[in-house]
Design a protein around this ligand. Sequence first.
Ligand code: URA
Length: 237
Amino acid sequence: MKLVKLIANLGYGSRKDVALMFREGRITDPDGEVLYADDKVPHEHIRVDDEPLDPPAGLLLVMNKPLGATCSRKDQGRVVYDLLPPRYRVRDPALSTVGRLDRDTSGLLLFTDDGALLHRIISPKAQVAKVYEATLAHDLRGDEAALFASGTMMLESETDPLEPAVLQVLAPRRARLTLTEGRYHQVRRMFAAVGNHVETLTRVAVGGLTLGDLAPGEWRALSAHEISRVFDAPAVD
Ligand code: URA
């Protein structure tokens, strides 16, 4: 792909804007040598205003979603896209969240511009584990793990039973729940169905990927090796 189109697709500006950036000498190699629009340069050798060019298409980002932000693009309030540089909103192909977390859920949120990858992560067939930790309003009764694991649990107004889910009791009012699907408000509705109420909810892992040291609101692009960890078993303890 021509450099102007490549850089414009990454959201740095229109092709006209990017052509101007070349003329202004803002696009350089790592040694500060000015690049020209018809140069052939590896992606990782391109700098814009001395900063490495954003990753190419095929991107997977991980964010520690803070409470209070929604995963919608259109919401009037605070949205997760506001936490990324503005140009990430206009990348082509477009970046979207891999599934959604509620406004009041924090933790591991993925973004990608790769439709096939997105489908592989969220499809229940892929069995990618999504691991949540919840604090609850009431003590656990003791029968929840068996019901959640049964594969026959029905949520109100749904016609298909839930896939088996794994509940680990961490404390009388604290639990870790591992799902392989992502129905609307699923964790909250599962606990509501057993007479409880989720007070706080955090996603701590997707497959073998955890948040590491990302603070709330922070994000980073994943390497190819880290992307493959999404398809590993979870390693939370
Ligand atoms: N289940 C929920 O109830 N909320 C989320 O955000 C994710 C899973």
